[in-house]
Design a protein. Sequence first.
Length: 287
Amino acid sequence: MEIQDSLIDLHCHSTASDGQLTPPELISRAVANQVNIIAITDHDTVAGLPMAHGYIAAQNLPIKLINGVEISTNWKNHDIHIVGLNIDPTCPELENFLSTQRELRNERAAEIGRRLEKAGVLGAYDGAKSYAGGAALSRGHYARWLADNGYAKCVGSVFKKYMSKGKTGYVPNNWQSIEKAISIIHLAGGQAVLAHPSGYKFSAKWLRRLVREFKEAGGDAIEVVLGQQSLNDRANLIALSHQNELMGSLGSDFHFPGGWLDLGKNMYQPKGVNWIWESEKWKSNIA
Ligand code: AMP
Ligand code: MN
Ligand code: MN
Ligand code: MN
């Protein structure tokens, strides 16, 4: 497959984490949207990948699936997400690391439930668990349950009211470090990408600091094109990628149909970016 002229989306979620489409449904939607190369990057799990590969092979679909994962890390008490691309999902050290992350997720989720219960929101833990359908719990599951049960008008307002820093349902994270996540991704043969850098709502100074420390920790690339962003934001991220000698990646961070984001939507490839798929590692993998 020619990488040039491909529609590429390297960040999205399935029901293996907090997405709402199963891996086959996600692949079908990507094909319908004419995406040629997709990475499924579920939170702290690679469980959705075999089913997605199996579906592509069985249906002989014209799409290339990159093995991915999105790892939650702690940087100065902020939740920072690192996407791993081209990882070997069978790497035992990776699987161990991710299984610890999922335990931390479930412990945190139980504490979120207790805090909400104290504040008079009853049944949220069981509700979130039923939404997760066996996946490790995410704040996204809680937010959907709270929105559906009338605690706020939409998932976005649930986050503002309950789930963001300082609010009733926010539990300080105890994720592992950026360095640890990057070294595990490398051990599994992958490349480490700083996810949605503008999503952390940092000041320009703190964002520069994060990107610099990510690079110093061994990071390979940063997402410069997101599903929703201003031209200014994109230019700023491209400049940060150049200043720190990081490659560029792109991804919609799609979770469910019906919102603003979609697979492949707004996945522009502006000139002047050192794209991650042009790196040596991809040549053998994509051919
Ligand atoms: P967690 O990984 O459990 O901390 O949950 C983070 C997830 O919650 C993200 O991956 C999104 O799916 C979702 N999320 C975070 N912030 C928001 C927001 N402001 N509005 C809607 N969903 C959000
Ligand atoms: Mn999510
Ligand atoms: Mn994320
Ligand atoms: Mn994501």
